[in-house]
Design a binder for this molecule. Structure first.
Ligand code: ADP
Ligand code: MG
Length: 387
């Protein structure tokens, strides 16, 4: 891929030496969904596919960016001193936002550069191509300007770029998983404290398969805000008697004994998901530490049921993919991943049966839903880095 990126760079900007090539992964969350704002435990990993970029510093203030994925937009130009979110710059606002936030934090970025980008993460499917390109830009700048930024700080700055420059109110999980990813490990992260531990996953006999429903997450934004509000209200109701700051602090028993404080059945369900999912994430990590992949898979299945029945963020497409997966003998566990309503499922599947899994689940999905799902066989890779 490194050679290909250099060729792409040369094709777009003419022949050049000293081109540096970087890679930034996508991410998938294995368990702990809608918990990032509800207590904190998530368990994502960086993927072996992601966003590649080739870059070379200039000695003037011009920035030129080209993405093979957005070829029709051609090369996008701007001045390094003029960093505004501009609609016509489309995708380039993501990397531009990272430069802007870095500068606002005092990093002296006074030269422009030429850059080409190519990604093999499907955009807008919940595998976080946006955080991938943000960290790509962040690490490129860190390396080119020799800033030596602490990686967790860079992760926070990338999130700040997405929040403030793009205007998407995302949590820290995506940038963290992508910036901090480690080969063959997932990261148990507490999104409140940013405490984290790496947990190795031995996937010699199994493989992670990500299936994209190819349904746009049309409802996701409004429903996301609705769920956040419901959980906030439930927390307030519980706080009338309990000394807690988030739903995730409760054990299942504590929740069951106190749920009478929540005055609405829907809110009880939402809070129940938050409480149980936080605990489930910890149990899932324990299962992996005990090398019990089947227990881990079972907890993934339980997570999906909770997201379907209690949190109500799935939908026919995600449910169909999971139901078909669970009917296949290859499947160890399967669940929706990401915000829900569309996007992807993640399944752990026996490696030797994975082709048959893709064939049968794909066929079933097409029959029931009417269009194709896309399947990706993923390995767990390292975080953003120079190649
Ligand atoms: P997700 O993060 O779930 O993939 P988002 O809507 O948050 O979806 O981010 C997708 C956007 O990120 C794209 O529309 C594009 O603007 C930008 N992006 C992602 N990958 C690339 C890429 N390879 N080249 C250019 N822009 C990209
Ligand atoms: Mg995104």
């Amino acid at each position: 891929m490194k050679e290909k990126m250099i060729q792409m760079f040369t094709k777009v900007y003419g022949n050049n030496n000293d081109i540096r090539v970087f890679f930034s992964p996508g991410r998938v969350n294995l368990i702990g969904e809608h918990t990032d704002y509800n207590g904190g435990n998530v368990f994502p990993c960086a993927l072996s596919f992601g966003t590649y970029g080739a870059i070379k510093l200039r000695d003037d203030k011009l920035v030129r960016m080209y993405s093979k994925n957005f070829d029709d937009l051609g090369v996008i130009n701007f001045n390094i001193d003029n960093l505004k979110n501009e609609e016509k710059h489309d995708w380039a606002n993501y990397p531009k936002g990272v430069i802007d936030i870095l500068r606002k934090h005092g990093y002296d970025i006074n030269f422009g550069f030429d850059m080409v980008v190519f990604g093999n993460i499907p955009n807008g499917s919940g595998l976080s191509s946006s955080a991938s390109i943000e960290l790509l830009m962040g690490v490129m700048i860190d390396e080119l300007f020799n800033f030596n930024i602490d990686r967790v700080d860079l992760v926070k700055l990338a999130q700040e770029a997405e929040n403030k420059f793009i205007g998407v109110n995302c949590g820290i999980m995506d940038q963290f998983a992508i910036g901090m990813g480690r080969k063959n490990s997932a990261i148990l992260l507490d999104c409140n404290t940013l405490n984290y531990i790496y947990t190795p996953i031995d996937l010699t006999k199994e493989v992670i398969i990500i299936a994209n429903t190819n349904k746009r997450r049309g409802l996701a934004d409004s429903k996301y805000n609705e769920r956040r509000n419901e959980c906030e209200t439930a927390l307030k109701e519980l706080k009338t008697k309990l000394d807690i700051t988030s739903l995730g602090e409760l054990s299942e028993d504590e929740f069951e004994n106190n749920k009478y404080l929540i005055k609405d059945d829907t809110r009880v369900k939402r809070a129940r998901h938050a409480v149980y999912e936080n605990q489930r994430t910890l149990k899932a990590v324990k299962a992996l530490q005990n090398k019990d992949i089947y227990k881990f898979g079972k907890l993934m299945n339980d997570s999906h049921i909770s997201l379907k029945n209690d949190y109500e963020v799935t939908g026919i497409e995600l449910d169909t993919l999971v139901e078909l997966a669970l009917k296949h003998e290859a499947t160890i566990g399967s669940r929706m991943t990401g915000a829900g309503f569309g996007g992807c499922t993640v399944s752990i599947v026996k490696r030797e049966l994975s082709e048959d899994f893709i064939k049968k689940v794909g066929k079933g999905y097409k029959e029931l839903i009417g269009y194709d799902a896309d399947f990706y066989t993923a390995n767990i890779g390292n975080g953003t880095r120079e190649l």
